[in-house]
Design a protein around this ligand. Structure first.
Ligand code: SAH
Ligand code: DHB
Ligand code: MG
Length: 228
């Protein structure tokens, strides 16, 4: 990083720390989940606390009873999402790596969410196809946060698994600004650009994408509401 970029990142870190301190505070369950993921050697790519709380608030706003997550890691975002569910609610979260899934299950159990949250191991594309084939009840919120080259495929599946009024959230759609580079050959970028083309041509959703800065650098997310 250049000096300037480093300085900007320091400011973003300080602001995120300030917001988290004021609006989230100590949360031993989430801190334990993050520590367990760390100890297991999982990558540091979970959502930041204030982003996790945004997901939580979106789920509450949706009155969500059923939530689907693509990309579990250690279950950090899953805890935030599942905490918005009623006691008889359901979160299904999809994870390829059995080690990540095991850490997530332990974290969700420790958070008292083992009864509402289910971690399904395997390629998300296969797990999503199985959910469609099973004709499961629609999800009220879908959070897509796994392998970025699959974003278009996951979004298409999310549309099959939702209802009018459902919300689809896609993480990491900006990637330091690379999303605006039409010449990019990075599969994460080309796929996320394709995702935007897909959404633009999709009459079934109304969507926006927002840039963010913070502890996780310069990135952003897409919100797509399935039209009534
Ligand atoms: N949502 C998490 C972070 C997820 S990181 C949080 O914020 O706490 C992305 C996760 O997607 C990783 O755990 C990775 O193993 C998983 N993943 C990558 N490719 C996948 C695939 N094809 N199917 C399912 N999960 C996948
Ligand atoms: C990466 C993945 C994420 O979900 C994220 O929030 C940040 C980074 C990654 O694969 O680099
Ligand atoms: Mg992410």
């Amino acid at each position: 990083m250049t000096d300037q970029a480093e300085q900007a990142q320091q400011t973003w870190d300080a602001v995120d720390a300030y917001f988290s301190e004021q609006l989230i505070g100590r949360d031993p369950v989430l801190e334990a989940a993050a520590a367990a993921a760390d100890e297991a050697g999982l990558p540091h790519i979970a959502v930041a606390p204030n982003q996790g709380k945004l997901l939580h608030l979106l789920a509450l706003t949706q009155g969500a009873r059923r939530i689907l997550e693509v990309g579990t890691l250690g279950g950090y975002s899953a805890i935030w999402l599942a905490r918005a569910l009623p006691a008889d609610g359901t979160l299904i979260t999809l994870e390829l790596d059995p080690k990540h899934a095991a850490v997530a299950r332990a974290n969700l159990d420790r958070a008292g969410l083992g009864r509402v949250a289910e971690v399904r191991t395997g390629r998300a594309a296969d797990s999503l196809a199985a959910l469609v084939a099973d004709g499961v009840e629609p999800f009220d919120l879908v959070f897509i946060d796994a392998d970025k080259p699959s974003n278009p495929a996951y979004f298409a599946r999310a549309l099959e698994l939702t209802r009018p009024g459902s919300l689809i959230v896609v993480d990491n759609v900006v990637r330091g600004g690379a999303i605006a580079d039409a010449a990019s050959t990075d599969p994460a970028i080309t796929a996320t650009r394709r995702l935007h083309e897909l959404i633009a041509a999709e009459p079934r959703v109304s969507a926006t994408s927002v840039q963010t800065v913070g502890a996780k650098g310069y990135d952003g997310f897409t919100l797509a509401r399935v039209r009534a």
